[in-house]
Structure formats: structure tokens, C-alpha cells
Design a protein around this ligand. Structure first.
Ligand SMILES: [Zn+2]
Length: 137
């Protein structure tokens, strides 16, 4: 199965999001943490959503969490997904803080809200990957 077509869907890498995308490429989920109040956040921003501090650093997290919400996608919106229909778009409540958007491929049945998941990383090429989740346990 090829994932080459997903390259077209990757956003521009900027100073603000580079640590996230560079982390995925090496199999690591990274999110921001505020050094003033310890809040963790995603997506990335130049300031803390909680206290407004600009003293923010990036940290790897384990990517474990639970399904907060999901939708099952049957419609082919982009050719990259043609071998993956239907697939699940999930919002995951990470154990280590924020909620994060991801996808789940290859499920035989709809997942359950609250189901435990772990991050998985689908490489597109040597320099890029995207975030998936898979059921844990
Ligand atoms: Zn803060």
C-alpha cells in the first residue's frame, strides 16, 4: 500500500509547526508546553493558550489517549484516501493534556467513544509522516 499521495496534503512547514512535523517523521508526537504555567497545548501557537506567556518549549508525549469524538468518512474527498475508505477521523483526548486530531484506518467496525488508543506514525517518505491512531490493547 502506498502513501505517496498523502504528500500533497501536508501543510507548509513553518517555524511554528516544524517541531510537530519533524517529530512525526521520526515516530515521535511532540506538543508545546508552557514554562510559566506548565499547560500543554495543541495545535501550536506562539503563546500559551492558558496564560499568554511566550515562554513555550516542545516536548515529546507518548501519544496514548482515548477517543473523544469521531466521524466515519465514506466519501472520497482526495485520491490519497482511495485505498482507505471508509476511514475514521478522530479527536483524541491525550493522557498528557490536549485533544488532537488524527485518523484511524482499517477498522472493521466503528470505534467506541472512550476507547483507548495509541499514536501510530505513517511515513510518507524519509522526511515526512502523518499521525494515525490505533486501538490499544
Ligand atoms: Zn501558560
Amino acid at each position: 500500500m502506498t502513501f505517496d499521495a498523502f504528500k500533497d496534503l501536508l501543510p507548509d512547514v513553518t517555524d511554528l509547526n516544524a517541531p510537530y512535523w519533524e517529530g512525526l517523521a521520526v515516530g515521535e508526537l511532540r506538543i508545546q508546553q508552557c514554562n510559566a504555567c506548565d499547560a500543554r497545548q495543541h495545535p501550536s501557537e506562539s503563546f500559551c493558550y492558558n496564560c499568554g506567556s511566550q515562554d513555550i518549549t516542545w516536548h515529546p508525549v507518548n501519544g496514548n489517549g482515548e477517543i473523544y469524538s469521531f466521524i466515519k468518512v465514506h466519501q472520497l474527498y482526495h485520491a490519497a484516501f482511495k485505498d482507505h475508505l471508509p476511514y475514521i477521523v478522530v479527536i483524541i483526548q491525550l493522557n498528557e493534556g490536549p485533544r488532537i486530531l488524527g485518523a484511524m484506518f482499517g477498522l472493521n467496525a466503528e470505534p467506541k467513544i472512550g476507547a483507548r488508543v495509541r499514536a501510530a506514525f505513517q511515513n510518507i517518505d524519509d522526511e515526512s509522516a502523518f499521525l494515525l491512531f490505533e486501538l490499544a490493547g
